[in-house]
Design a binder for this molecule. Structure first.
Ligand SMILES: Nc1ncnc2c1ncn2[C@@H]1O[C@H](COP(=O)(O)OP(=O)(O)OP(=O)(O)O)[C@@H](O)[C@H]1O
Ligand SMILES: Nc1ncnc2c1ncn2[C@@H]1O[C@H](COP(=O)(O)OP(=O)(O)OP(=O)(O)O)[C@@H](O)[C@H]1O
Ligand SMILES: [Mg+2]
Ligand SMILES: [Mg+2]
Lengths: 256, 256
């Protein structure tokens, strides 16, 4: 029975998409069957996996609005075992168009629940906001993975994010849990990183992954080739970190 | 007659707030009278200037919703000549609450226009989205400053941003122009930066500032002390770059 995770943080540029792509691709490489759902109108998870979002005919937009089944938009990626439900630019209109629907919070959940037994894991990449698209991700998921850049503004936003997760558990999804916090763009040489890490590990003792993702230029280069880090540069520090993350993710899941 | 600029880019984490704070503080240091308006519910421009957004009684939320005059929320910052209209967490509800207003796009414009002759420059910091808050910023402004991180996803999002700006000029603000593109987190040693810079300078020949903002840890440390970079570490590369940016901004404005 596949488990659904949403990768969320309203702070922008904190490694949500980079983690969504590399964690899901890494799990596929570990022989899991994985679906990555891109509900960010920017469509970075889509292009980061080498799919041209302007040529995608039907996308998550159609699944949420028309609706059409998720199966009809899912595509195989260049990574065996990894499937993608792509975004395209029309998704930026979805937020406003969905407001009128009675069940506007649960459109994604209704589309994903029937697919649970086809995948081991389903990941949802979200935009940097707490609007209706992200709410759909929170409603559909079993667990939230928060990527946290080791910098001041990202730390400051954590309180607001935790409040939103608590609200989500009360109003739209009582099963939702905070599955983990992943430190990204970690630079062990700076005081800033050390301060943020100390505060976050105190705040969420069990939840913060031991694995940290270092700042590594190869991770920023890989999306321009449409490839996960393992394919783009297997020997890089970024690749090693995400391989370790995949292992820790599987270990944590086996205890659940 | 004060000119109003909105700092926008729907891509997250590209240096919008860092530029909003340091450009406005730098102009104040150059004896201009400046107002910085924070319409991002994250309130990073507010905390980055040392103001505790949880103790702020009335904020931009009240200006947009009640409405109350901007003068009643404006506060003096620790930088002489720089005023702030702060955000607080209630702003995250504004987006949904404003949808019902007839004039929902122009609430900010109505609040700012009466203040034009009290300031030389007014800057608006926006959230990483193209929702109603950012639309209010586009409707209120004379010019848009786009901060662009020198990385692939940020470059990819430029097309969508330009389309949005064209739409904004047609539907909500015919005077709006693209005033400039500022390259941020620039790392001259990487191919990625060189590629992005080349593409962007070809795309917008005149608009891209000569001044680039280097990646500099001091810029990421300064907000945790609530200070602009000049006050936090005047000798840093980040400070030098923003001083140069202020000079180029004034030079470009004098030709307009
Ligand atoms: N560990 C890392 N080291 C270096 N660069 C990174 C790392 N992780 C992500 N990046 C780069 O930093 C930028 C921001 O990352 P990413 O786009 O994954 O964040 P995001 O949270 O998904 O952003 P948004 O809020 O816009 O959706 C991208 O250009 C990405 O390539
Ligand atoms: N030139 C720079 N060098 C190093 N760090 C920087 C630089 N500019 C910004 N930062 C840091 O990078 C992070 C993102 O910058 P910032 O918050 O200003 O971007 P933003 O576009 O306003 O983000 P959001 O989309 O969430 O509003 C912050 O932690 C900031 O301190
Ligand atoms: Mg993203
Ligand atoms: Mg910001």
């Amino acid at each position: 029975m596949g488990k659904i995770f949403v990768i969320a943080n309203q702070k922008g540029g904190v490694g949500k998409t980079t983690t969504a792509i590399n964690l899901s691709a890494g799990l596929a490489a570990a022989k899991k069957k994985v679906l990555l759902v891109d509900i960010d109108p920017q469509g970075n998870a889509t292009s980061g996996l080498g799919v041209d979002k302007n040529t995608v005919e039907s996308s998550i937009y159609d699944v949420l609005l028309n609706p059409i089944p998720m199966e009809s938009v899912m595509i195989e990626t260049s990574v065996p075992g990894l499937y993608l439900a792509p975004a395209n630019p029309s998704l930026s209109g979805a937020q406003v168009e969905m407001v009128e629907f009675e069940d506007r919070d649960n459109r994604l959940k209704m589309a994903l629940d029937p697919l649970r037994d086809q995948f081991d894991y389903i990941f949802i990449d979200t935009p940097p906001s707490l609007g209706l698209l992200t709410v759909n991700g929170l409603a559909a998921a079993d667990g939230v993975l928060v990527t946290l850049q080791c910098e001041y503004y990202a730390l400051e936003g954590l309180g607001q994010l935790v409040e939103t997760l608590n609200l989500a558990t009360q109003s739209i999804n009582s099963q939702l849990e905070l599955s983990g916090v992943i430190l990204t763009m970690y630079d062990g040489r700076t005081n800033l990183t050390a301060q943020v890490e100390e505060e976050v590990r105190n705040f969420f003792p069990e939840k913060v992954y031991q694995t940290v993702i270092p700042r590594n230029i190869k991770l920023a280069e890989a999306p321009s080739f449409g490839k996960p880090i393992f394919v783009y540069d297997f020997k890089s520090a970024g690749s090693a970190a995400y391989i370790q993350l995949v292992q820790e993710f599987l270990q944590r899941e086996s205890h659940n």
